[in-house]
Design a protein. Structure first.
Length: 67
């Protein structure tokens, strides 16, 4: 099963507040895709750590996975 992942600009189109999504960081050397959410103008990791402003450059819905 293949599911497309559509990345969106974090600055132009943030997700609905408090919804967990995939996030991509811009930090130098950091190529990880993480999980987090957006709330009141800030991004947070699933461990509730607040990301540095501007660190998240893109986000995507979490794929549903197999049934």
């Amino acid at each position: 099963m293949t599911e497309p992942v559509t990345w969106r600009s974090a600055s132009a189109e943030p997700p609905d507040s408090k919804r967990t999504v995939l996030v991509r960081s811009r930090r130098e050397g950091d190529r990880r895709v993480l999980m987090g959410w957006y709330e009141d103008g800030s991004w947070f990791g699933v461990d509730a750590t607040e990301y540095v402003r501007g660190a998240i450059v893109a986000w995507a819905e979490i794929p549903q996975g197999p049934a």
